[in-house]
Write a protein that binds this ligand. Structure first.
Ligand code: SAH
Length: 340
């Protein structure tokens, strides 16, 4: 009889669990660098994006019975462009909503808070480190490319055993894990778990149930949960090794929308979507607004139309990016999600 040595069920000294590595890398990155040199987000590409989301919030506020006050919350607001564009559109189209709303931004990076303060001027903004600090009131929450920045754990199937991935000296090491994960996974399958996103979904579901309101989350990832390694990093618009230079590159992962929606549902919210971003934006009248912007400024007309194409075309950001809405159960189907 052969005696197999016991498997080492702990990580080597100095190895860091992937989510801990990613949290540390993301915090250092957003604190020290201008992320918008490394990648372009929808609000930075077209002002019509934030304007349409602002009008989505305004229509949602009406459906909520026009609560006053109401919180307009954004998680991970970056340079503040989405909120600035949204507030401008809201002030023009529905001044009563502008008067009733209080702007709350959830942002951990002091450097990006400064950029947001400069952009939003006298909009009356309150900042928070964490959603848990938001006041108890009805709310409408927006988040674009926020969930993809939250840290993930990764597990890889080796034979009939799941192993967890740790990071050591810029490379993965694998440690046998007793996490409860699907037993029918093939050898080599990678399962990602975003515990921070799932906690946020649980908080959001309970919060919408308690005080009413809705959330709109836009990010990239598949509509259905799937195995796969989606960890990625960008530097100056180019993909780079996510483990190579922590804090110097933007490190993200695809969002598991199905898992996120399930966690929010379990906590009491109703989920709509996810829908491809292109479909969602077109239903909100995004193309009409983009065409109007092109007419208003002939010198930038081509750029406006190219930006609109980039956000909506399936081969660009229109299909990989998805929109997911969460609502309290008293609300009708939110704008754009009608046949989702
Ligand atoms: N929504 C913006 C920025 C996306 S970048 C846009 O579309 O342009 C991700 C944003 O989330 C940054 O503002 C970053 O500082 C913030 N962020 C990342 N992790 C966070 C966390 N755990 N809590 C709060 N904000 C976070």
């Amino acid at each position: 009889m052969t005696i197999t040595p016991p498997e080492i069920a702990y990580a080597p000294k100095d190895a860091e669990r992937l989510d801990h590595f990613m949290a540390r890398a993301a915090a250092a990155y957003y604190a020290a660098r201008d992320p918008f040199q490394d990648f372009a987000t929808s609000p930075e590409i077209s002002q019509a994006f934030g304007e349409c989301l602002g009008l989505w919030a305004a229509v949602t506020w009406q459906a909520m019975g026009r609560p006053d006050p109401v919180l307009l919350v954004e998680c991970g607001p970056g340079r503040g462009s989405l909120m600035a564009d949204a507030l401008r559109a809201i002030a023009e189209m529905m001044p009563a909503f502008r008067a009733a709303l209080q702007v709350h931004l959830v942002e951990t990076s002091p450097r990006l808070r400064e950029a947001q303060a400069a952009k939003l001027g006298d909009a009356g903004v309150t900042w928070h480190e964490d959603v848990a600090a938001l006041p108890e009131a009805p709310m409408i929450l927006l988040a674009n490319e926020f969930l993809d920045a939250l840290p993930i754990r990764q597990f890889i199937r080796r034979g009939s055993v799941w192993h967890e991935r740790f990071v050591l000296d810029g490379a993965f090491v694998e440690v046998p894990s007793d996490a409860s994960l699907p037993e029918d996974a093939p050898h080599g399958a990678v399962q990602e778990v975003n515990e921070a996103a799932l906690r946020f979904a649980g908080w959001l579901g309970a919060r919408l149930k308690r005080h009413g309101g809705a959330a709109l989350l836009i990010d990239y990832g598949p509509a259905e949960s799937a195995f796969g390694d989606s960890l990625q990093a960008m530097r100056a618009g180019q993909p780079v090794d996510p483990l190579s230079a922590p804090g110097e590159v933007d490190i993200t992962a695809h969002v598991d929308f199905a898992a996120f929606a399930n966690a929010a549902r379990a906590a009491g919210a109703v989920a709509h979507g996810p829908l491809p971003q292109g479909v969602f934006l077109q239903r909100l009248g995004f193309m009409t607004r983009a065409a109007m912007l092109a007419r208003l400024d002939p010198a930038r007309a081509q750029a406006q139309l190219a930006a609109a194409h980039r956000l909506t075309a399936p081969e660009a950001m229109g299909r990989l990016f998805k929109a997911l809405a969460l609502c309290d159960s008293s609300l009708p189907i939110p704008a754009g999600f009608e046949t989702a």
